[in-house]
Design a binder for this molecule. Structure first.
Ligand SMILES: [Zn+2]
Length: 500
């Protein structure tokens, strides 16, 4: 490249952690338009904007949040500050069987079971209508879109507390087919949830087969993450095999005190399954770096928890941010109730469940095929993972506890995720790849959000670029959205040397 080419942004004197797991090295990185054009020890050409890394700041690929419920957040101009502030530049939406589209309900009033995936006044009857909307109202980050089993069932099945009949299943297959044609990258399930748990494996396999025909992948919040976690893992792997589809196990955990330590068994199982699976249907998992989970108020999940922090309760709004242990001890209405019965009384709503052991969390995070996915829900009192997941992995787990090196931590949030989801030319700092970039201070990086005060941006993220445009700088969002829809191009089909 000649010396007089003007770049749009030039990062000088940065410590490059390129996303592949390779050791860090000092260099300059130049961006032109939406692409990384040059990486060299010294780049002498000029640029509209020069950002100095002072030989200390780390430049790495923008993080890919593989497990989100950001379907609605992407629609508003600053709805994704919680992610961009962490260095996240791409998200996978529509997880756990809950997607904003296709929302083809005959009755436009949402049933409560569908609430996580619906916007108060916008509805998207097809994937195409959602994609079109985001073409016009540019989102802050890139996004890959999954279609959820609940969305399909709501569209095709008048009642969802039973398996689909043959006619309904055919309708779901047809809807999945059109959704994949309109830009979805895969199919998701959340098999603990009302509206989905009555779906037998055969129903899921049939929909997954249609997804696989279009090169899509399958992600699953399994039927059980506690006593029967191995049975649930077996079902997920069997589904992948029967439908010939790549598999992602969502937010892998072992829940309930009696199961603490069993991540040794589940990871052994996964190691064997990964080795046995052919290259056409690889298996990966995602996890978040906290020992507490969060979802809707469900007695069954409460069975596995040491305590429950109520985030929202429709019948008892004043009990938000109170622990169930305190509620049953102090409130006459709840006196003497078992936690699951208290939670049944508090529902509908959302909660945080203290249900995991730190050692299992660390073991699962260290597993080579574990990607980082936040699973944050956009409720008024969210779990801190919504704002803190990525800096927490880099700060607490990589730097402070030394669970793995910075290079490996970054790989788990970038190239591993891009390869798994088939996001071409993303997830690495490499010439010809899209300029999704994060400049961070490796000494300062840490999460600030806590269970008590959960909507606080992390510290240490200096500059974030989405497709070559600055999206976050000096602790605040800048510019207009520059995110794009991401296609899935399964590995092998991705050119190593794309033309610039
Ligand atoms: Zn889930």
């Amino acid at each position: 490249m000649s010396g007089d080419v003007e770049h749009s942004i030039l990062f000088r004197n940065v410590v490059l952690v390129d996303g592949t797991g390779s050791p860090r090295r000092g260099c300059d990185v130049a961006v032109k338009g939406d692409v990384i054009v040059e990486i060299a020890d010294k780049i002498s050409s000029t640029a509209k904007r020069i950002i100095d890394g002072k030989g200390r700041l780390v430049l790495c690929p923008g993080f890919i949040d593989t497990h989100t419920h950001d379907d609605v957040a992407l629609l508003s101009p600053d709805g994704m500050d919680c992610k961009v502030s962490q260095g996240v530049t791409s998200v996978v939406i529509g997880n756990c069987g809950i997607s904003i589209s296709p929302d083809a309900l005959a009755d436009p009033k949402s049933p409560p079971e569908f609430s996580l995936g619906r916007h108060p006044y916008l509805s998207f009857p097809s994937v195409a209508t959602y994609v079109d909307y985001l073409e016009q109202h540019k989102p802050q980050t890139n996004y890959g879109l999954l279609v959820g089993l609940l969305a399909l069932r709501c569209a095709c099945q008048p009642t969802r507390d039973r398996p689909a009949n043959a006619h309904e299943l055919e309708d779901m297959r047809r809807l999945m087919d059109s959704s994949m044609r309109q830009g979805a990258v895969g199919f998701s399930t959340g098999l603990i949830y009302p509206g989905q748990k009555a779906a037998p494996m055969e129903e899921i396999v049939e929909i997954a087969k249609v997804t696989a025909r279009h090169g899509g992948l399958y992600t699953t919040h399994m039927r059980d993450e506690a006593d029967n976690v191995l049975t649930a893992l077996q079902e997920a792997v069997d589904t992948s095999r029967a439908a010939e589809i790549p598999l992602v196990i969502s937010h892998h955990k072992v829940s309930g005190k009696q199961n603490w330590g069993r991540s040794k068994e589940t990871l052994d199982f996964l190691r064997s399954a990964i080795e046995a699976a052919p290259a056409t249907r690889p298996i990966a998992i995602d996890a978040y770096p906290y020992s507490a989970s969060s979802t809707i108020l469900l007695p069954s999940v409460t069975e596995e928890a040491e305590d429950v922090l109520v985030l929202q309760s429709r019948p008892y709004p004043d009990l938000a941010r109170k622990r169930v242990s305190e509620i049953v001890r102090t409130l006459p209405d709840f006196a003497g109730l078992r936690y699951p019965d208290a939670v049944a009384k508090l529902a509908p709503g959302t909660a945080i469940y203290f249900c995991m052991d730190d050692k299992d969390v660390s073991r699962i995070l260290s597993f080579p095929k574990t990607m980082i996915g936040s699973d944050g829900l956009h409720s008024p009192n969210p779990h801190p993972r919504l704002w803190g997941t990525f800096p927490r992995v880099l700060g607490k787990y990589a730097r402070d506890e030394g669970l793995f090196g910075l290079e490996e931590a970054v790989r788990k949030m970038t190239s591993l995720s891009a390869e798994t989801f088939g996001f071409a030319r993303r997830g690495q700092v490499k010439a010809g790849f899209f300029a999704d970039l994060v400049l961070l201070d490796p000494d300062e990086i840490h999460d600030v959000a806590t269970f008590e005060d959960s909507q606080r941006p992390s510290e240490g993220i200096k500059v974030v670029l989405v497709n070559g445009e600055i999206a976050w700088e000096d602790g605040k969002g800048v510019g207009v959205g520059n995110g794009r829809r991401l296609d899935r191009i399964p590995s092998g089909a991705v050119s190593e040397h794309p033309s610039l």
